[in-house]
Write a new protein. Structure first.
Ligand code: ZN
Length: 230
């Protein structure tokens, strides 16, 4: 059984195949249940891996501090960004520098970075597919609608897709519903909305449209701090 917990914005804790993974760990974002890393560390005494999709502050989040607090945690990202964050965290030996499309094999886990239509300064922006326990989870990162999502759907058959719906910087609801059509996951979790006024969106509107257009996909609307198992 895998467990996925949303901490608001694009931050998730994924527990799968014995790994405790923090994705785009802006743990202390304005909607997060955690106001500081101190309280987070109490709930999560161990973390094994950080995955960061691109170098914007709301996605790198607390990565550097997490590397300092968790001496065993590794950082996976595109080549330039993984090395940069690891160096900032004083742990150059804990970088897993990767690149788009190349499966990274870890113990019982595989991660594949995917393209994203977005911007970034250090390395390219990405999404990521994490595969463990024969289940694939796709975190789209920040992106506009991407034709490659059809290939991601065909190749990895994600059980869960985590898609931004907030608009302005990423897909809005209309684009994200199309993304669900391309990906055809069993579950979709909307993210990257409601953190700030500029990315306000109604997840129930998204859920309604997905029900109409892709009835085989179930929308899981989480509140920050909530989790689900699959
Ligand atoms: Zn961004």
């Amino acid at each position: 059984m895998a467990r996925l917990r949303w901490l608001g914005h694009a931050a998730f804790i994924l527990e799968i195949a014995g790994w405790r993974i923090a994705i785009d760990p802006w743990i202390t974002n304005p909607t997060s249940p955690y106001r500081s890393l101190d309280t987070f560390v109490k709930d999560y005494p161990e973390l094994d891996l950080i995955i960061v999709t691109h170098d914007h502050g709301d996605h790198v989040g607390d990565s550097v501090e997490i590397l300092k607090r968790y001496p065993k945690a590794k950082i996976a990202a595109l080549y330039e960004l993984a090395n940069h964050i690891a160096k900032e965290g004083g742990a150059p030996d804990r970088a897993i520098p990767a690149n788009i499309g190349g499966p990274v094999r870890l113990d019982g886990l595989e991660i594949v970075f995917t393209p994203a239509h977005h911007s970034s300064t250090i390395g390219d922006p990405s999404g990521v597919v994490v595969v463990g326990e024969d289940k694939a989870i796709y975190h789209a990162g920040d992106t506009g609608l991407l034709a490659e999502m059809q290939l991601i759907g065909e190749l990895y058959k994600p059980v869960v897709a985590l898609l931004p719906i907030g608009g302005h910087f990423t897909m809005g609801i209309k684009e994200a519903v199309k993304a669900v059509e391309l990906l055809r996951p069993k579950y979709v979790v909307p993210m990257h909305y409601g953190t700030f006024d500029v990315i306000k969106a109604d997840p129930n509107e998204f859920a309604k449209l997905v029900r109409e257009r892709v009835p085989e996909t179930q929308v899981i609307v989480l509140k920050p701090g909530e989790y689900f198992e699959f």
